[in-house]
Design a binder for this molecule. Structure first.
Ligand SMILES: Nc1ncnc2c1ncn2[C@@H]1O[C@H](COP(=O)(O)OP(=O)(O)OP(=O)(O)O)[C@@H](O)[C@H]1O
Ligand SMILES: [Mg+2]
Length: 593
């Protein structure tokens, strides 16, 4: 790698480092002492340039921090957020779980109630109720299920509670509540969860608080009395901790007589734990999806917003140069044409556009240079004639000089007229309307127009026989007439006395072809292409010098090409003698349909 290429890479790297993650990389390299003075300077330049561009963008109403990228990220995240909020709000899992739980509690309750009634119903036809036997059965049946069961007698008094039964008969009931601080899960996610729960309860309303009934006390919950009247009730409460308790009350019946009530409840926190775990899982998935989505958005933003910004920066840099054109460099859009998407397309379109613009500028510049050069010749001659005139002694010499001056002025006049016509041509070509016309008719008219000029030299202009009677063409009739007139005019001035200029037109697969042939000396083989250049003029000896500007063929080519066609010249030679001197020149142009 040579020095300048190396410096280019360093500069690129420095530029990148001023733009994003590279800044960290650069800082680390700097800290490790790996950054050279040159790189540090390039980086500073890049940063300054970036600042200037950002300022300009800001003035142009564009957010400097990549607003497109930000929007992409935001839209992706909004979608994700809505999804998660929807899942959490609908909260179907929770209500489904509660339903399922009450359902199974009820089934369980009905079975246990029958068993208790069977075992504890005593007396004539089992209409009396023995709480001790009932408790025994209850203990054995409920123990494995993990739910809490209570039995109320016919008067609605609590006669048995598995909480105390399972602890052993006679033991005083104690609420096994650990100190709050120990039980509470303080991880950030569960804090969020609790907070969420509160918000949810605020909107949906919370169930009433569960009231404990002491042993032998009267039932606190109205559902117990519903069951005493023979109905089954399902209900929800929250305990003092805010945890959900789901209960069912089932009548204990024997032969239609209600002996008591069985109440089954879930332990506080059972359902909440499951729901919490579920919601945690959703949150975890959300966080994971968030990270992925964020990464993808940034990636997406980088593939869309960043290249667009690079293109805009290139244009901005070009614009800044135009404003202060010291050492201007050509605007170069980054080559992203390897991309097959819209950005690749945009990049190639911008590149093509700048190329076309520069071609146009070049053409205008070279035209101006050519014009200056062409005008210089007659002007020089004019000046020397005027200077000599002052010292000219004899009247003959003065007359000769005056003739030269007149000739030069005429030449200048002609040049300026031709040049001004030629320079307007481009604009006029785009302004004029294309129309359909018959080219054969046009050829006949041109031949007639030149008949007199031909007769002066005993020559003829012929329209080839046997061709099509009419050939419609779409284009600018006046301009195509100008092309034909240029070609026929040239041909006539080169064709010898009694010579013939032949014009023919024939249809081609993709349009029409028009040929103008003469019997003159032809074009030197080396010049068949150069004669189409501006100001190229090499006229036969018999014509006065300076009568021609050498613009005829170049204008003709411009017109034909503006029609999407092409024009060229060749020499006419016998088929079998390709080396023989030409017997004339042939000018051909083709126009598409
Ligand atoms: N039919 C022809 N035979 C031989 N040479 C030709 C013929 N037509 C054009 N040329 C050569 O091409 C040159 C350029 O032609 P072009 O029509 O562009 O300019 P010009 O005729 O010299 O000037 P202008 O057309 O401006 O009066 C001519 O000067 C001549 O040397
Ligand atoms: Mg000419």
């Amino acid at each position: 790698m040579d020095r300048s290429a190396k410096r280019g890479t360093a500069r690129r790297r420095a530029r990148r480092s001023a733009l994003g993650f590279g800044a960290i990389h650069f800082a680390i390299r700097d800290w490790l002492g790996l950054v050279t003075e040159d790189q540090r300077r390039s980086r500073q330049n890049a940063r300054a340039r970036l600042r200037r561009i950002r300022n300009r963008m800001r003035r142009g109403g564009i957010s400097p921090t990549n607003s497109l990228a930000r929007r992409i990220v935001a839209f992706n995240l909004i979608g994700l957020g809505l999804l998660v909020a929807g899942v959490l709000y609908l909260n179907q899992f929770r209500s489904g779980l509660i339903d399922q739980r009450t359902q199974s509690l009820e089934t369980q309750g009905r079975i246990i109630a029958v068993a208790v009634a069977e075992a504890a119903g005593i007396g004539p036809s089992g209409t009396r109720f023995d709480p001790v036997r009932a408790n025994l059965v209850l203990k054995r049946l409920v123990e494995p299920t993990g739910v809490r069961a209570q039995i109320y007698d016919r008067g609605g008094r609590l006669t048995g509670d598995t909480r105390s039964l399972l602890r052993g008969a006679g033991e005083i009931e104690t609420q096994p509540l650990p100190p709050p601080g120990e039980r509470r899960d303080e991880s950030p996610l569960s804090v969020v969860e609790r907070w969420y729960q509160q918000v949810l309860r605020f909107f949906t309303g919370s169930p009433p608080v569960y009231r404990e009934t002491p042993l032998s006390g009267l039932a606190q919950e109205p559902e117990v009395f519903t069951a005493l009247r023979g109905g089954v009730a399902r209900w929800e409460r929250i305990n003092s901790e805010g945890e959900l308790i789901v209960s069912v009350t089932v009548p204990i019946q024997r032969f239609k007589a209600v002996l008591g009530v069985l109440m089954l409840s879930t332990e506080g926190g059972d359902i909440d734990d499951i729901v919490r775990a579920e919601r945690m899982a959703i949150l975890q998935v959300f966080l994971f999806a968030l990270a992925i989505s964020l990464a993808l958005s940034v990636l997406l933003a980088n593939t869309i917003a960043k290249p667009i910004r690079r293109l805009a920066e290139a244009a901005e840099a070009g614009g800044a140069q135009e404003a202060r054109p010291i050492n201007p460099q050509r605007i170069r859009f980054p080559d992203l044409t390897a991309r097959t998407d819209e950005i690749g397309y945009l990049s190639s379109a911008l590149r093509r556009m700048t190329e076309a613009l520069y071609d146009r500028i070049d053409a205008i510049e070279s035209f101006a240079a050519d014009v200056a050069h062409e005008i210089k010749n007659p002007l020089t001659s004019l000046r020397s004639a005027v200077e000599t005139l002052r010292i000219a002694k004899t009247p003959e010499m003065q007359a000769r000089l005056l003739a030269v001056i007149q000739n030069d002025v005429g030449r200048l006049d002609r040049l300026v007229t031709d040049i001004s016509n030629a320079s307007r041509l481009d604009a006029e070509l785009t302004r004029e309307e294309m129309e359909s016309f018959d080219i054969v008719e046009l050829i006949r008219a041109i031949a007639e127009m030149n008949a007199a000029a031909a007769a002066e030299r005993d020559a003829r202009v012929e329209v080839a026989e046997g061709g099509a009677e009419s050939l419609p063409v779409k284009g600018l009739q006046g301009r195509i007439g100008q092309v034909l007139q240029n070609l026929v005019g040239n041909a006539l001035s080169f064709t010898p006395a009694r010579g013939v200029v032949r014009i023919s037109a024939e249809p081609r697969a993709a349009g029409v072809r028009v040929v103008v042939e003469d019997e003159g000396p032809g074009v030197p083989d080396a010049n068949v292409a150069t004669i189409f250049e501006r100001f190229y003029s090499e006229r036969p000896d018999h014509e006065a010098f300076g009568d021609h500007s050498g613009l005829g063929l170049s204008i003709s080519r411009q017109i034909v090409e503006a029609h999407g066609g092409s024009i060229w010249a060749e020499n006419i030679r016998p088929y079998d003698q390709p080396k023989a001197p030409p017997t004339g020149a042939r000018f051909i142009f083709e126009l598409p349909l």
